[in-house]
Design a protein around this ligand. Sequence first.
Ligand code: NIG
Ligand code: MN
Ligand code: MN
Length: 347
Amino acid sequence: MSHKDEEDRGPWQGRIDVHEGPRALRWHQCVTMLPPQASPGIALLGFPCDLGVRRNHGRAGAAAGPAALRRTLANLAWHGARPVYDAGDVGDVGDVGDVGASTPDAGEKTLETMQAGYARRITALLDAGHVPIGLGGGHEIAWAAWQGLAAHAAREPHPPRIGILNVDAHFDLRTAPAGNSGTPFRQIAEDCGVRDWNFRYCVLGIAEAANTAALFDRARALGVAFRLDEEMGARDLDAIDSTVRDFLAGIDWLYLTLCLDALPGACAPGVSAPATIGVEPAVVEAVIRIAVASGKLRLADVAELNPSLDPNGRTARLAARLVWRLAREIARRPCDVRSGLHLPARD
Ligand SMILES: N=CN[C@@H](CCC(=O)O)C(=O)O
Ligand SMILES: [Mn+2]
Ligand SMILES: [Mn+2]
């Protein structure tokens, strides 16, 4: 690779094991910028936004999450059998400025224009048969992701039953009238009402101490399935498996969202609200395996990475590992010509 090529690869740079043979590959050598008419693959899309975290009185900095995630992913070992594309960041030229071009917001990066831009990009990626993995950004990414997925689903002759599986210390069902990082699933519940769809939402890792009684009441009123952080240990894996499988049995399409503040604060300090107990990374990986093996996953993301609060890039490493795990499990599955995750697993 020439010096010029290396420069052109932006964050996708890292160690090259020149003496290790052709299988000694890392992500930076295999991820390509998303070309037009690309064959179906995994598409990474950055959401460099923390405007929702700010509105939610959280600690700002997650806007730098996607860049840190790409830099960390770049050096991980490549075992992929399926292409991974970098679809860039929302907010790149043309993404946000065309929402109501005559409004004062035209071209401005507000929370709503960023969310609308992300939603449009997600719909286009899904329409092209890709499995998008969103790189957050605050958890306001979830309302944007839902809008993109719902627009894609609405094109189906019979709209699929969409379920959201959230690994999170928080319900994010707040009622604040202006959307923020704490409201996305309440916004989605309302949108389901408008569309006459059932709201199907399951959260794993809820910290009782970090969610008020009002939030628990709202979750119960909305029929939300959840497990507390204290019910998410390695010893609980059979019960976790049942919770996830029961949820998956009642849906056709899955949106999986991983809020890094669900993981123990010692592993994931680089978030707005670190967890005191949290869910161990190995358990989160087990959830990812079950979710992907269902063949129903359409869209996933990792939210709340805040590099400004992240000593030694510890949280970025964990976030990259979870993206890596997602991609690894997706790549194990046989590929249908269009969006091929309906097929049974090979193993
Ligand atoms: N998305 C996170 N929501 C949590 C954490 C708030 C924070 O950033 O401190 C919530 O609203 O409770
Ligand atoms: Mn959270
Ligand atoms: Mn959250």
